[in-house]
Design a protein around this ligand. Structure first.
Ligand code: SF4
Ligand SMILES: [Zn+2]
Length: 484
């Protein structure tokens, strides 16, 4: 945004701005910390794509909106006396970039995303158009309220933006009344707590009634940094390469053109199929061998489809239904707790978690090409099990720990296995603490997130913006980088 401001408001040329972005590592004249080299490379690409998309868009439309608007448009509702919520002023605004035509009769609101132009719920477009149509601006460059509004959707990895149909002010007014207003009322009235992925950013995390506070890793020294949310996927990515973790999970950038391996695609399809069977299907039946293949599996290429079908067949011998207790209204998809000493929200998504005989059964199901290694502890091979043990052992889920168990179901195309761990046994908990502690400790004190090129670079989702990783892959393939 800072780079685009320099071009649009200060009249700087694009290459000078790119040079400044790279030289200052994204700081420009702010007090922000310098960005990671991967983020700098990503930002240059996003900036160039935006400028290309904006130019192409201007050629395609008849009434051009070439005047950038610096100040946010705001729809303000002011009341003299506080309403039943104790509020006197509401503001609706919209994050994005704003433009208007020279005569002010047309406005454009650009919504920005990190990947490709992504479809959003229609209420989002209606809310954005409402702000553009009726929002005031404190800027002196505002000309008038517009007659027509366009919403344009941009994704940072695409040089082509997507424009929605143009709306008149009257059409927007109707949509705002029928679609946006009820949603805004629900938002300002909503007080329900749903612990999950957003807890780390929430100011109410310490002491929140929906987020149990625990001391999951008492052997690790207390940490004082930015509050983090960590899952085992985060920890594994960090082990693979700190830069990969930082870019992918903390900054949420990803190369959508990176090709997913077939092993991952099979795992994802089997996972989706089982979730649909267990959650949406009839819970009173065990999954059966030879059951019609699910949509996600049918979408795979032939060979992968065959191996996914064999894995699902094997699952039928290990399926926990119909033994899952009938009154399983407590079934959960996400488990999250807050470790206040480490300032970390730990989060896990069990494949199945259900109450049984006064305790919990936590099942992790993984697809694999290889058998489990007998020379390596199970929790080191599958750290999800170690975190499951710690979460159950902490007692934060309620119910009796001594009657709980963690199950590991491994599905291969040539067989399957079911292993069990007891979170009530101190030796199991000690081992789980070691496994997770060794993964969490280095991450909490890292501030550089340096790339560590190696075997994982070949399938890395952020290699496109990683110089050392690209060089490593080129070297492995025997290709000098400048020839690629
Ligand atoms: S390409 Fe390799 S070094 Fe670069 S972020 Fe990915 S895994 Fe790390
Ligand atoms: Zn099943």
């Amino acid at each position: 945004m800072a780079a685009l401001d320099r071009v649009e408001f200060d009249g700087r040329d694009e290459e000078t701005v790119v040079e400044e972005l790279v030289r200052t590592r994204g700081v420009f004249d702010s007090r922000d910390a310098p960005a990671h080299s991967g983020l700098v490379a990503w930002s240059v690409e996003a900036f160039r794509n935006y400028r290309a998309a904006w130019r192409t868009h201007q050629v395609a439309v008849t009434a051009r909106c070439t005047r950038p608007v610096r100040s946010a448009w705001k729809v303000v509702h002011h009341r003299d006396v506080p309403d039943h919520r104790g509020v006197v002023r509401y503001e609706q605004t919209c994050w994005g970039r704003r433009y208007e035509s020279d005569d002010g009769s047309v406005r454009e609101m650009w919504l920005l995303g990190f990947t490709t132009p992504k479809e959003r719920p229609s209420v989002v477009y209606a809310a954005a158009a409402n702000v553009a149509a009726f929002g005031g601006s404190v800027s002196p460059d505002q000309v008038r309220q517009p007659d027509r509004v366009r919403v344009v959707v941009f994704g940072a990895m695409s040089p082509i933006a997507h424009q929605l149909p143009e709306w008149t002010a009257e059409q927007i007014r109707r949509r705002a009344r029928d679609e946006v207003a009820p949603r805004l009322v629900a938002v300002v009235d909503g007080t329900e707590r749903r612990a999950g992925r957003d807890c780390a950013q929430c100011p109410q995390t310490p002491g929140c009634a929906a987020l149990p506070t625990v001391d999951l890793l008492p052997n690790l020294p207390a940490a004082h940094g930015r509050r983090q949310m960590l899952s085992v996927t985060d920890l594994r990515l960090y082990q693979s390469c700190p830069a990969r973790y930082h870019l992918l999970r903390q900054l949420r950038i990803r190369d959508v053109e990176a090709i997913e391996s077939q092993a991952i695609a099979v795992g994802r399809a089997v996972d989706t199929a089982l979730r649909n069977r267990h959650v949406n299907g009839c819970r009173t039946h065990r999954c059966e061998s030879g059951q019609p293949l699910d949509e996600a599996v049918n979408a795979l290429p032939e060979e992968s489809r065959r191996s996914a079908a064999r894995m699902l067949d094997h699952h039928s011998t290990l399926c926990p239904f119909p033994d899952v207790e009938a009154h399983d209204s407590e079934q959960r998809n996400i488990v999250s707790v807050y470790d206040d000493r480490l300032d970390v929200v730990f989060i896990a998504a069990p494949d199945l978690l259900y109450p049984r005989s006064g305790g919990w059964v936590w099942r992790e199901t993984k697809t694999s090409k290889r058998r489990l290694r007998r020379d390596r502890p199970l929790m080191r091979q599958v750290p999800q099990l170690a975190l499951a043990v710690l979460l159950l052992a902490s007692g934060s889920l309620g119910r009796d720990v001594a009657r709980s168990r963690v199950e590991f179901e491994q599905l291969r195309s040539d067989g399957c296995v079911l292993e069990e761990l007891d979170p009530g046994r101190p030796t199991v908990v000690t081992e789980a603490r070691e496994v997770i502690g060794e993964m969490v400790g280095p991450l909490l004190v890292d501030t550089a997130f340096a790339p560590t090129p190696g075997r994982d670079c070949a399938s890395c989702e952020v290699r496109r913006w990683c110089g050392p990783g690209s060089q490593h892959v080129a070297k492995q393939a025997g290709v000098p980088l400048h020839d690629r």
